[in-house]
Design a protein. Structure first.
Length: 196
């Protein structure tokens, strides 16, 4: 294989990039141009003759671009292809926009929303790495009063309205009132009923 001065310079430059997978391929082409056979190059590089021949043919056909892979080795990266675009879409909205009863995205809600849309299960670690790749940092939400929460006076006024409605209903028939205790954990919510 004969190389021009420009080709040789480009191959030698590529050869010096030790962290580039094409470095070894460039070396094979340089050895071939020096007169080595494919068999000898395969022995030196500890590769099969077929592999070396495929590199050399690819270089002859497409030049230095022929040394690049035309495929991605391994399993497709789910995090970059499917998860990251969806996470960025989620973060533009509230979880409530997707039908969740939360105001802030949590890891569990993101995982559940992704599974709901795609049918694919992902780990919290994958979500955290995807957020990091997008330039976000994940922090656990602090429990506190939401910004849009009604004041104590507004709550009291609403309770008085509900009590009036119950009193009016009670005049016609028996009324059963259900209370939801917000102090209990979500998994052990207690429902209390009372007959009027």
């Amino acid at each position: 294989m004969e190389l021009t001065k420009a080709d040789r310079t480009a191959l030698e430059s590529l050869r010096r990039k030790y962290n580039d997978y094409r470095s070894e391929r460039a070396l094979a082409v340089l050895h071939c141009s020096a007169g080595m056979t494919a068999t000898k190059i395969a022995e030196l590089l500890q590769r099969t003759v077929q592999t070396v021949c495929s590199w050399l043919h690819a270089y002859q056909k497409d030049g230095i671009n022929g040394l690049s892979r035309d495929f991605s080795p391994g399993r497709p990266n789910l995090r970059h292809t499917r998860l990251l675009p969806r996470l960025e879409e989620y973060l533009r909205c509230s979880p409530r926009d997707y039908g969740w009863g939360e105001d802030v995205w949590s890891m569990k809600v993101m995982i559940a929303q992704f599974h709901k849309e795609t049918g694919t299960t992902i780990s919290a670690d994958s979500v955290e790495r995807a957020l990091h790749d997008a330039g976000y940092s994940f922090k656990r939400a602090k429990k506190g009063v939401p910004v849009r929460a009604p004041s104590k006076e507004e709550k009291l006024a609403r309770i008085k309205e509900i009590a009036k409605e119950i009193t009016l209903l009670k005049a016609d028939r028996d009324v059963e009132v259900m209370f939801l205790d917000e102090c209990d954990s979500v998994s052990t919510i207690a429902r209390r009923s009372m007959k009027w």
